[in-house]
Design a binder for this molecule. Structure first.
Ligand SMILES: CC(C)(COP(=O)(O)OP(=O)(O)OC[C@H]1O[C@@H](n2cnc3c(N)ncnc32)[C@H](O)[C@@H]1OP(=O)(O)O)[C@@H](O)C(=O)NCCC(=O)NCCS
Length: 192
């Protein structure tokens, strides 16, 4: 990919994923290079493991946000609510394909996931994240979250506080922007 091919405006490329996007999610995770796949899942995993993971993300307790290059899904932020935990908690995970890394997509996906978490009263996010994952550490700090590692398990504490205007705007307007962008891409494809 050359930089000219890709619209680097992350906010316009992100939208919620739905059951119809699951094959694209599966394909995106399987396209991750070995290091990114390892970092995403906290270890080497097979394609079969990815299939099972994606099947389980169809549950109502999972919210997925996808970043697109035109119609290709190239990054995903995943939020799995953990019921029965107090304070309210969720698991989060992020993946951006190698050639699209360092374009701001992880940052934008994290903003969407953290806004969605806060809007649902969640203040504790856990991530399976390798302790030397400097990008994630940097992004967590950038979003004012605390990055705590215990026995290889990493927890991210979202600054306490419930939904505020900015997190509601982030989720609502982010979604509207993503839908409009999707419609624009679809119209361009039809007219081409
Ligand atoms: C982690 C990941 C999701 C980040 O996505 P990304 O699109 O590359 O991230 P962004 O471009 O938005 O931001 C990266 C930030 O890290 C910084 N960064 C890059 N390399 C760094 C390093 N070695 N040390 C510290 N910071 C670093 C960049 O400067 C940038 O910061 P800035 O926005 O303040 O300039 C992506 O790299 C990825 O999918 N990695 C493999 C899977 C993974 O590690 N998942 C996380 C575990 S769930």
């Amino acid at each position: 990919m050359s930089d000219n091919d890709f619209d680097p405006n992350p906010s316009s490329t992100i939208r919620r994923l739905w059951p119809t996007d699951m094959d694209a999610y599966r394909a995106h995770l399987k396209r991750l290079d070995p290091d990114s796949r390892h970092a995403r899942f906290g270890g080497g995993v097979s394609d079969q493991y990815i299939d099972t993971h994606v099947d389980s993300s169809l549950r109502m307790d999972t919210l997925l946000f996808g970043a697109f290059d035109k119609s290709k899904l190239i990054g995903v932020g995943e939020l799995r609510l953990l019921f029965g935990e107090w304070p309210m908690a969720a698991e989060a995970a992020f993946s951006v394909e190698r050639t699209y890394q360092d374009h701001g997509l992880g940052d934008a996906l994290m903003a969407r996931v953290m806004a969605a978490a806060r809007n649902r009263g969640i203040i504790r996010l856990s991530m399976i994240c390798l302790s030397h994952n400097e990008r994630m550490r940097h992004l967590a700090h950038k979003h004012h979250a605390e990055f705590v590692t215990n026995d290889g398990e990493t927890e991210v504490w979202i600054p306490s506080g419930s939904a505020i205007a900015s997190t509601i705007i982030e989720e609502t307007f982010g979604e509207t922007g993503g839908l409009l962008n999707g419609l624009f891409q679809w119209t361009r494809m039809k007219m081409a």
